[in-house]
Design a protein around this ligand. Sequence first.
Ligand SMILES: [Zn+2]
Length: 803
Amino acid sequence: MPMLADPSQKYKPYTPLVLKDRQWPSKTFTKAPIWLSTDLRDGNQALANPMTIEQKTLFFRQLVKCGIKQIEVAYPAASDTDFGFVRGLIENNEIPDDVWIQVLTPARGDLIRRSIDAVAGSKHAIIHMYNATSPLFREVVFRNSEEETIELAAKHTKIVRQLTEECTAKHGTQFIYEYSPETYTQTEPDFALRICEAVKQAWGKAGPGEDRIIFNLPSTVEIAPPNHYADQASCCEISLSTILTLVQIEDFCNRISEREKIIVSVHPHNDRGTGIASAELGILAGGDRVEGCLFGNGERTGNVDLVNLALNLYTQGISPGLDFSDMQSVIDVVTQCNDLPVHPRHPYAGELVFTAFSGSHQDAIKKGFESQKALHAAAAAKGEPRYWNMPYLPIDPADLGQNYEAVIRVNSQSGKGGIAYLIKQHLKLDLPRKLQVAFYQVVQAISDREAREMTIEDITDAFRSTYYFGGAKWKGRLALRNFKISTERPSDLSDSDSDAEETRHFDGTLAVDGTYRVIRGDGNGPLSALLAALRTHLDIDFAVRDYSEHIISEGTDAKAASYVELVPANDRKAATSWWGVGVDSDIARSGLRAVLSAVNRAIGDRVLPELKLSVGFTAGSGQADVSSAIVNSLGLELPRRLQSSFFEVVQRQARDAGGEISYEAVTALFQKTYGFNVEGAFNKVSLTSHKLKQLGEGRRQLIGEFLFSGEPRSITGEGNGPLSSVIAALQTQVQGTFSIREYSEHSIGEGADVVAASYVDLAYEVAGSKKRSAWGVVTDADITTSGINAILSAVNRLDVVFN
Ligand SMILES: [Zn+2]
């Protein structure tokens, strides 16, 4: 049968209760209600496979851990398993002193006795008796009159009183009595009130505080909107339909006598999807207590969800008295026990509730976090509370032990803001807006192609591979190995025109497709000098259109992040551009890395000019090409003046050889010229061993064992460092004077294999001779030894007059 065009022919609307002067609509929450968990009773009986005793025990412990002080543990009269479970809790001392266990019993003498036997010996117990009060049940199911129904409730209440008093006398158990006019919401309000008054009278000892009697007003099956439950305030189990009305609760609370001796309890189910609203409005209407289950398990559509209710209060600044700081472990225990999943969209607990996929939400959250950070800092400075105020996030996920990882997730609906947020969170990069747009297109293309959600790792990997960012794994075709930026002041220094631009020289070594290339260029800044070098040596011609940078501070060491947008040098307004990113502790290096990142993106797999090693007056090789040969064969990155000096040597050799020189010949020529790794290079003076002493005030003393033309000599010298000390020591053995014109060093290799390369240009002057100089080039695992030997290497190649 399909849905009817006129459902009024099949379904009747509820009959509202007319209540004047309603109070609940304008009330607000001020404190948490008393919570009763019925997970182990109403929840358990709704399961296809009821929980085992082990599962119920685990669940009970979790409820205690969450701070629930009233727990309906069983329907012991109905099942031996339930009875055994309750006895186990008591006999194994599972129940903390401040927790009340509750058991449900129908109004039948033998079943009441069995229920009380179940809880005997516990410290605190609530006996929860119900009978059917709605007309449908009275008339159709049980064929009782109103008077007979009242008489039945009163009579069995007296039995409860007598048996509990006997139990208290014998076992010391303290009792509270709870009565439910079953399917309250379908019971005529006047009749429900009459039966509750009769039950109260039969109990005969309701008092304030812990002596209060609980009237539970179940809306076993919701049939009306929650506003009416509030008016009516109403267990459960069997029913067909219930009139759940707020009007009823307010009305009940207003009219019941001795209100102070009563706990009004609400027990909503969720048939209309309004269980939460019914419970909240029921409390506003006067309810003191809520019966429900964690995550809303329970008959049919479930009991009202206590987690949801508690956290609704929490987000209003009211402590619920329950602790869900570790939400995931609560979910794990509950799902493991009742074998029901928590819906991914479940309020507060669902896997996706702190997740934003949509671009506009992500953007709002990203901005919200930023603004909240500033507001919190300001509030903290003033000693004021740091209020949570975030778009789309009513609660701080951290309060529930959830992290922010999941807050922003990316699929094809996501926007650049969310992606930028993730990059900031995970790579600490604050992308400029135009780069956000550019990277967003990259992510969208991947997301569309793969038709799936992208994980954080997918996104960061995409970023790294797109921009050749973050380590050897992501290296592009061009990678910076070493560089030096030097500045040349405008030639006329007497001219005080400070606007005159300085020229920057870039001298560096790049790895290009795995081969080292020495390149150099000039510009008005480091980036343009690098771009000039790329143009000269590699035919790569770009200009910078946009540049920005920021600091990334992590603890004590700060790094610079640089962002560069490159365009073709001859088309500054080009529609196509390439972004690059660089991070380094050195800001100049971070900018240069960013340029190379963008260049790598721009060149794709374009063929680059190869290293030419045909040297001669007509051939195209220059100093940089010769130097590239040396860095590739020997790992040495020659200082610029040594490059020039060696280039002259190469040119002479090439001219003698007819204009051509091979790669191998260049390397051999370098070794021979500078005595680098050549037998006999130190035959005039060599170092056997040395010690360096600290003399204070930065002074050092070198004590060295040397061989002078094979003859050992022990000599010492003092200076400000190892090099000046060795010069001072050598000075004692020669006529004339040494001076260091230039010294530099760099490392070669990585990790345990790293060695130091030292370069020294040493001058020597002796009376009656022209001043002369020589380069010394040495590598050694120890940097001090490398520096000392570089000096000795030069000394060996100078025509020195020894004493
Ligand atoms: Zn129920």
